[in-house]
Design a protein around this ligand. Sequence first.
Ligand code: WQD
Length: 339
Amino acid sequence: MKVLVTGGLGFIGSHTVVELQNEGFDVVIIDDLSNSSIEVLDGISSITGFKPVFEKLDLKEKSSVVSFFEKHKDIVGVIHFAASKAVGESVKEPLKYYENNLNTLIYMLKSVLDLECSNFIFSSSCTVYGQADSMPILEKAPVKAAESPYGNTKQIGEEIITDTCKVAPNFNAIALRYFNPIGAHHSSEIGELPIGVPQNLVPYITQTAAGLRAQLSVFGNDYPTEDGTCIRDYIHVVDLAKAHVIALQRLLEKKNDSNYEVFNIGTGKGSSVLEVIESFERVSGIKLNYAYTARREGDIVSAYADISKSNKVLGWESQLTLDDAMRTAWCWEKTIRKL
Ligand code: WQD
């Protein structure tokens, strides 16, 4: 069965393509290469032995999307990752984010609706919760005012899909609200490839240890948490990738309870910034150079998932630990830096 993965050369997309191929799916990747590299295709095929079909397309061009689906009418499902995802950048360039994340979603949905069996997995984010009132965060927790245009595009994206599902009973969608994806495939053939200075914690840690960055800044140690640093739910990217395959299979096997479902994808465990640093030091044997600095604008104190619905209804749970994630992230960094 043929599955389309948009943004399939990105960090989460590429790991999901590997897991789809492991399950016997034929995968077609669309990517505009704005935040990824064509070499990732070789990484994927060196793991699975199969090179996915790849088309470089800008999904902001409606005609490209339409002609793509005219060529691929036998697609049974779409996993839609393609989006810009840098929170800070979205604050500086909101229109770029609204255009790239929402126009592309609308063009994809219009085309997918014409397919016989349209099954759609949407890459959403725990960002939609903002600073939730209580932990762990349930799917029914209120969606709060977005902290950034990026987060807003995820909230609006979910609303667009919800409203589409209401008028298209044959259209089936699942939104996966990711917590913090980290780590890399154990083969070190694929992993996270941040462009420029990493915004996220884990690539900044591994680049500091690799000598690319002088020192990690821990953004604030005066938060109301046990060790004063922020808490997040760090999910291994391979566990996250597997969740996409399970969600797609749920729709293909018509096991969904309604034609729009939402699931939290996290470990259900919160880890502080210091605990992540300690995990890195434990698995690498390296003492990390870091210093406490001012808080980062827009950071929330704590976010970790209630995963009971994902475990019981979706039938998925994370298998890999924080140490597994930090170990694979470090192996990946050493591989790409030839250390
Ligand atoms: C984690 C913690 C920082 C960098 C973002 C997006 C979210 C998702 C994941 C896309 C925070 C601290 C970080 C550093 C630090 N992306 N930190 N020094 O902000 O939780 O989530 O990425 O879907 O939508 O919002 O992730 O890795 O940036 O930060 O101290 O150099 O690490 O303050 O507490 P975040 P992050």
